[in-house]
Write a protein that binds this ligand. Structure first.
Ligand SMILES: [Zn+2]
Length: 509
């Protein structure tokens, strides 16, 4: 039985359940998962299930299970899926989607007994729609595919130096000015001169959130601050530090900008508070991501207002000012029932202990693990394993699969889970997104779902082919032939080639 991610406990049984009878009984609490199951069966087999009290197919409530847990028993006579919540039942439906077989004459489910639950409570995917804008439709398709992999968080990177993608009614210039750049930098260092533009309206985002909610995926909005803010600064240059003369534009180039928000200007705090209030009206998610990465402090060192803030608050230096800045918004959002996530660049002794850290930065894992062991909650998005924007030569499927979030960790309960990230500097089309993401997201999903000691790469590969058949049916442009572990020379050559030509691997697919 070929299921990805690998279930916790699976016993194949003798026989099979043929899909002949269409009677289906389910608890009302599991009606949403039941409807998704019915839609799936109808589409795949043409069979319409009808609700009846005595049925071969049963979705039952079982309060002895955990929220995301499910139990599936299939015999020659019945199929029983038990769960405590609709979310648990939906995980069971995702498993059933992978179990359905066809022998040329009939559809059937093989007899099996499964007890399954995720190892980590947080299993996420991040899409950057700032560097390249992607439509509501593309995002919703990715949410559906994330659900197929039993993920439960979808992190939307909504703003960066190269574009602001959230419609704000209070600050219309954020999209009037901030959502368009004059061009996009190419690998040879020239700018193409083709304006790049786009943003999601509140109605779009509400539709996305509602769609995700039905699939038990929480959508986490990210407004990256105080760095990565050129799109906002282009719209509201008064938020720059004192003495900055240059005109700020929505950046056509990638990399890190030296211009960041002034942390000594009260206007910065009031604008962001009002903006965040608008954001949480649209996103009911318990988490808000505030970035906090790659914020050079040169402007703050020279800015009289930032220096005054440091003196007034009794802070040690500019790094402490960034912690103070993030703590301010963490407190503001805490008052609204939200918890802040920040990239691990922002780790600082003064940082609010309730802020969850998302670990990504190469060379900092020891520091992150130290924070985990002293009580900090962390999501692992390790650059070398879980950054899906890099070529397969650099980050092969096996490398992603091999990631152990618990390495060196003494307090495993503080590792909330993992997130696979797709930055889109070099990803301009939905087809390229799918190429970069699949099948590496299947590997990441298993890292998040399956206990580290149960993972086995060859075993994963033996199940993956079955998932490819589902990708094909859904028309997913997944990367072919990436299963073998490439040797180091091939990896170096492939990475070098990507540095010159970002579409080299993609074109070969
Ligand atoms: Zn300043």
């Amino acid at each position: 039985m070929k299921i990805v991610p690998l279930p916790l406990h699976l016993e194949p049984r003798e026989g099979r359940l043929d899909l002949l009878d269409s009677a289906f009984n389910y608890s009302e609490e599991l009606a949403n998962a039941a409807a998704i199951f019915q839609d799936f069966l109808k589409k795949e087999t043409g069979i319409s299930l009808r609700k009846e009290k005595f049925a071969k197919f049963n979705f039952l409530l079982d309060f002895s299970l955990q929220r995301e847990e499910y139990r599936l028993e299939i015999s020659e006579n019945t199929l029983t899926l038990s769960a405590k919540s609709d979310q648990g039942a939906l995980h069971g439906v995702r498993t059933l989607q992978q179990l359905l077989e066809y022998d040329g004459g009939r559809f059937y489910f093989p007899a099996v007994y499964i007890e399954d639950a995720p190892h980590f409570p947080y299993r996420g995917f991040m899409l950057d729609i700032a560097r390249h804008f992607f439509s509501k439709r593309t995002i919703m398709r990715l949410i559906e595919l994330a659900s197929l992999h039993k993920l439960n968080f979808f992190h939307l990177h909504l703003s960066d130096d190269q574009g602001f993608r959230f419609e704000s009614e209070k600050f219309p210039r954020l999209t009037e000015v901030g959502s368009t750049r004059r061009g996009t930098i190419l690998k040879d260092g020239t700018v193409d001169g083709v304006p790049h533009s786009g943003y999601l309206t509140k109605a779009d985002l509400k539709e996305i959130v509602a769609y995700a909610e039905r699939l038990h995926i929480e959508v986490i909005p990210e407004i990256d601050m105080p760095g990565h803010m050129n799109a906002v600064l282009a719209a509201y240059p008064e938020l720059l530090c004192e003495g900055i003369k240059e005109e700020i534009e929505v950046r056509p180039a990638w990399g890190i900008s030296k211009n960041i928000l002034c942390a000594g200007n009260e206007k910065t705090y009031s604008l962001l508070e009002e903006l965040l209030a608008e954001i949480i009206e649209v996103f009911p998610c318990r988490y808000i991501h505030l970035g906090g990465d790659e914020a050079p402090k040169a402007n703050w060192k020279k800015c009289p207002r930032c220096q005054e803030k440091i003196r007034k608050e009794g802070l040690k230096d500019e790094e402490a000012l960034q912690a103070h800045f993030l703590n301010h918004f963490s407190k503001f959002l805490e008052g609204k029932g939200k918890t802040v996530i920040a990239w691990n660049d922002g780790l600082h002794p003064d940082l609010d202990p309730d802020i969850i850290i998302e670990h990504w930065k190469p060379g900092t894992r020891r520091k992150t693990v130290k924070a985990v062991n002293s009580g900090r909650k962390v999501v692992m998005s390790d650059f070398l394993h879980l950054y899906l924007d890099y070529p397969y030569a650099m980050t092969p499927l096996a490398k992603t699969y091999g990631f152990n979030p618990l390495e060196g960790v003494e307090k495993p309960e503080n590792i909330l889970g993992i997130e696979a990230n797709l930055w889109t500097e070099w990803v301009a089309t939905p087809e390229k997104i799918e190429f970069q993401v699949f099948p590496r997201l299947a590997a990441a999903a298993e890292v998040g779902w399956t206990a580290p000691e149960l993972k086995d790469y060859d075993n994963f590969l033996s199940r993956l082919e079955h998932l490819y058949a589902i990708y094909q049916k859904k028309g997913v442009n997944y990367a072919r032939g990436k299963e073998k572990k490439p040797n180091i020379l091939k990896r170096i050559a492939g990475t070098r080639r990507w540095l010159r030509d970002e579409n080299a691997e993609f074109r070969e697919n």
